[in-house]
Design a protein around this ligand. Structure first.
Ligand SMILES: [Zn+2]
Length: 252
């Protein structure tokens, strides 16, 4: 009587592990591929709870580091140009995870000023814990530092060295002190003197009416707003002369 039960148990175990394997394959990359994505910090990859646990747990996925060589090379001539104002040592590489509406965990990265690196780590750790949806967080260098292109793609980012033309003043993004969140759904809107609107990105007209309900919308009082405010940032959605709903910058 023992033997058939043993065989049945073995068959059931085999069936279960095959199912588990199949599910893992269906839900994304293999565990080894996900772990490699975390070890090499491949922004844009999706990872499972299991991969995060093996990697060392969620807290080891929220860190800021000196700019790695790979990232620094990729920034040259794109988000970084030789200049007297900001150097590699002033900047940090922030690594975070973020959720999206697809119910998956995404690997994200951002370059910022070292002044705000720890604050960003704290903010994105809390947004992750609350499953606040962020669609994409890759470096603007992926888009050749073309701001319009990355906004159209709803990217979330921080540093991009761009002197304001005609002035000696640097924008907060040029100093790595401003963050744009879910940029397509939270556009920049300025009403010109003739009454026409200048919208960035240009395909964001549907998201200018802030009374409408749509996904990724930042509102005064939502979690993203509250966390940035608590860490000393101002929100471009609170400005009067223009609106920049994606934009949080350090108050100085
Ligand atoms: Zn901005």
């Amino acid at each position: 009587m023992r033997r058939p039960i043993l065989i049945l148990t073995a068959v059931l175990l085999a069936a279960c592990s095959t199912t588990a394997f199949a599910l893992r394959k269906i839900s994304g990359d293999s565990l080894a591929t996900q772990l490699a994505a975390l070890m090499e910090w491949r922004a844009g990859a999706t990872v499972s709870d299991e991969a995060i646990r093996v990697f060392g747990g969620p807290d080891s996925c929220f860190v800021s580091k000196p700019i790695p060589d790979r990232v620094w090379r990729g920034m040259q001539g794109k988000t970084y140009q030789e200049n007297p104002h900001i150097s590699r040592n002033d900047l940090r590489h922030v690594r975070v995870l973020h959720w999206d509406y697809d119910n998956r965990i995404h690997v994200g990265e951002m370059v910022c000023n070292q002044l705000i690196a720890d604050r960003l780590v704290r903010i994105f750790r809390k947004l992750y814990a609350a499953r606040y949806p962020i669609q994409r967080m890759v470096l603007p260098d992926v888009y050749d530092a073309d701001d319009e292109r990355q906004m159209r793609d709803n990217n979330t980012s921080c540093f991009c060295y761009r002197p304001i033309s005609g002035t000696s003043r640097l924008s907060k993004h040029a100093r790595g002190l401003a963050v744009d969140i879910n940029s397509l759904y939270n556009p920049y809107i300025k009403v010109r003197k003739d009454g026409s609107r200048f919208i960035q990105p240009a395909n964001a007209a549907a998201y200018c009416n802030r009374k409408r309900n749509f996904r990724y919308k930042i509102t005064s009082g939502d979690l993203c707003y509250r966390l940035f405010k608590a860490e000393g940032f101002v929100w471009g959605g609170d400005w009067q002369s223009l609106k920049d709903y994606q934009h949080f910058e350090l108050m100085e």
